[in-house]
Design a protein around this ligand. Structure first.
Ligand code: CA2
Length: 159
């Protein structure tokens, strides 16, 4: 069981979950699109999934592109085991976030709450996907726990 293993073998591996602009509004606006769960609910769900797989978790949200890039670079320099990102509105515009992600050696998973391919055309092209080992979209906030489970399996963590 991963939880036990990580404690026995010393420090748990860390995964970063980064959230882009306006995701702090989750649960307060547009519930017909994004659901009623808040970002605090997403964090709780990520902590439960990370715990189950024996990961330590860094969970963050920012409305500022540069801040997100700094956190990606922190994840790289701290040798995070993996990084999950919902770049939100930066998905379709940010070469700078793409470049930071391309410098990561650990796997990156891109998550979107909604199915971006079933929405407006402009949401469909993601710069970030070029740096992503996997992309999950359309499962609502459960996409985050699927991403953590996916990383655990990629990284060989045991359930
Ligand atoms: O489906 C996703 O997770 C998105 O990344 C969410 C972004 C959107 O720009 C992407 O195309 C798809 C929007 C994040 C803002 O979320 C809000 C939540 C509640 C109310 C208003 C915005």
């Amino acid at each position: 069981m991963a939880r036990g293993n990580s404690r026995l073998s010393g420090m748990a591996k860390t995964i970063y979950v980064l959230n882009g602009p306006n995701l702090d509004l989750l649960g307060t606006r547009e519930p017909h699109i994004y659901g009623r769960s808040t970002l605090a609910d997403v964090e709780k769900l990520c902590r439960t999934a990370a715990d189950r797989h024996g990961f330590a978790l860094v969970f963050r949200q920012s409305n500022h592109e540069g801040q997100i890039i700094d956190w990606i670079n922190d994840a790289r320099s701290e040798k995070a085991a993996g990084l999950i990102i919902n770049p939100a509105g930066h998905t379709t515009t940010s070469v700078a976030i793409l470049d930071a992600l391309l410098a990561m050696e650990s796997p990156v998973v891109e998550v979107h709450i909604t199915n971006i391919h079933a929405r407006e055309e402009f949401r469909r092209h993601s710069y970030v996907s070029r740096a992503a080992r996997a992309v999950i979209c359309g499962f609502g906030i459960n996409g985050y726990s699927l991403a953590i489970a996916g990383l655990a399996s990629l990284l060989g963590a045991k359930e």
